[in-house]
Write a protein that binds this ligand. Structure first.
Ligand SMILES: C[S@@+](CC[C@H](N)C(=O)[O-])C[C@H]1O[C@@H](n2cnc3c(N)ncnc32)[C@H](O)[C@@H]1O
Length: 461
């Protein structure tokens, strides 16, 4: 087999599982020890030290290998291993069933146990991994649903080591493979990738298998394009004999799919809809607007607001009226628009007549990088209120960050005086400004106080 892209058929014919294991996985006496110890170190850090965990992890293109799952089995309740090739899936099954002919992974198992603090626990570790791998499935990353014909609910984590570069013939194919694989991750979940970069082949026995040539930025861009935010990305160096592969660099990347369910909230509108004939909801982030639309359209995947709806109904005297309340709010929200509070007209390109009331909860402090930006954002938002109308603000005070999933978002530090000055400067008279003490865990935010402010726009002279 020489030159060109090695596609699915050639893989089936030429990929010799035993040769692959002998060349790459003879840990302790092989040419690839540095490479694989680097990868296992990183996986240990990711799953154990950084604590990425969840219910289900899918390993895409597992091949006959289990080394990549040794740390993951401590953090996930179930693992689904997958590969395109039957011979690889069979080899994995052999190990799961303790077939005497199965490959001996103990050197790698012991290495990971040592990272975890006790090299002697390798037999327990093997048992744990065997119990955690619940299925070994066929997959083809070139399909929109790589597990076709199986359709599964997106999972907390997808891992893939040294597969996506070998399954893509060129950059466009690589980008689409990334989207296919990324579609298996649920919002808030992680994608963990190990790929050989700046390479174009690897050997299995006498057969050469192609890899798409990738610069690290190409991988990162494909990941972002698939809808992920990169949490960390690192290039690992390891020298491998050219007779095995011209891969001296490996990218280790952790990315997260933004959690859409934290998106635009409706709790702040539950009382509002009793006092206003129409509400215009706005958000800067497209997926937040989409999430709100889901709730408005009663999409079964929409966030469940009923506990908060019931709470407000109870305040209003009848907790049982929560379904009516939801209907009322759905009818009152007339539009969901994009807005950007840093623009002079936050609803640009739309121009609306100033309205009776503008409400904003936990928004400006998250959207503004410094105090001058905050003061001007307040004027921008204030310009939407007509003279005599009200501005109602809920603002996180003395906060510098908040977390959504694993991701930290910065927040502008504001004390009550800064808020008051900005509100007055925007042409409002403060009617009330109350401080509410919060007891948020530091793992969520460092803000411990919330300001509740009602202001009225001064009538023009
Ligand atoms: C270099 S091996 C890596 C195996 C394993 N992840 C590891 O780290 O040892 C590449 C794997 O990609 C799989 N593969 C190739 N094309 C594929 C495709 N279209 N879909 C899924 N897997 C594929 C091969 O069967 C092979 O097991």
């Amino acid at each position: 087999m020489e030159g060109g892209f090695i596609g699915n058929e050639a893989y089936q014919q030429h990929f010799k599982t035993k040769d692959y294991l002998k060349t790459y996985m003879s840990f302790g006496s092989g040419d690839c020890d540095v490479l694989f110890s680097n990868v296992m170190d990183k996986l240990h850090k990711t799953f154990i030290t950084d604590g990425i965990k969840g219910k289900t992890l899918i390993d895409i293109g597992s091949g006959p290998s289990i080394y990549q799952l040794l740390s993951a089995c401590e953090s996930f309740q179930e693992i689904i291993a997958t590969d395109f090739l039957e011979q690889n899936r069979e080899e994995m099954q052999k190990w799961l069933k303790k077939d005497p002919d199965a490959f001996d992974w103990t050197p790698m198992v012991k290495y990971v146990c040592q990272l975890e603090g006790n090299r002697e626990k390798w037999m327990e570790k093997e048992e744990k991994l065997r119990k955690t791998i619940k299925q070994v499935l066929k997959c083809d990353v070139t399909l929109a649903n790589p597990l076709d014909p199986l359709v599964i609910q997106p999972v907390s984590c997808v891992l893939s080591t040294f597969c996506l570069e070998s399954a893509s013939k060129d950059l466009p194919a690589h980008r689409s493979v990334m989207k296919n694989v990324g579609s298996l991750v649920k919002p808030g979940g992680h994608l963990i990738l190990v790929l050989a970069v700046r390479t174009n082949y690897y050997m299995v026995g006498q057969d050469k298998f192609s890899c798409v040539y990738l610069e690290p930025e190409m991988v990162e861009n494909a990941v972002k394009d698939a809808g992920f935010e990169i949490v960390c990305s690192e290039v690992l160096q390891a020298t491998i004999p050219l007779a095995i592969a011209n891969a001296q660099e490996t990218i280790f990347l952790v990315a997260q799919k933004p959690n859409k369910t934290h998106g635009p909230s409706i709790y702040q509108l539950l009382s509002t809809c009793e006092s206003f004939r129409e509400i215009i909801a706005t958000d800067f982030v497209d997926q937040n607007q989409e999430e709100m639309q889901k709730w408005l359209k009663k999409d079964p995947e929409a966030f469940d607001w009923t506990p908060m709806v019931k709470y407000v109904c109870q305040l209003e005297g009848d907790r049982e009226k929560w379904m009516e309340k939801e209907e009322k709010l759905r009818k009152t929200i007339k539009q969901v628009l994009k807005c950007d509070v840093t623009l002079a007209n936050p609803l640009d390109p739309l121009v609306v007549q100033p309205v009776t009331c503008v409400l904003s909860t936990f928004c400006l402090e998250a959207a503004c990088k410094d105090l001058p930006t905050y003061r001007s954002a307040l004027k921008n938002v204030g310009s939407l209120v007509k003279p005599g109308g009200h501005l109602i603000f809920v603002v996180a005070l003395e906060e510098t960050y908040y977390l959504v999933g694993q991701r930290k978002f910065s927040c502008l530090y504001l004390d009550p005086g800064m808020v008051e000055d900005a509100v007055k400067e925007a042409g409002f008279e403060i009617l009330c400004f109350e401080m509410l003490d919060m007891k948020f865990p530091l793992a969520l935010t460092d803000g411990q106080r919330v300001g509740f402010l009602v202001a009225q726009k001064c009538n023009e002279a």
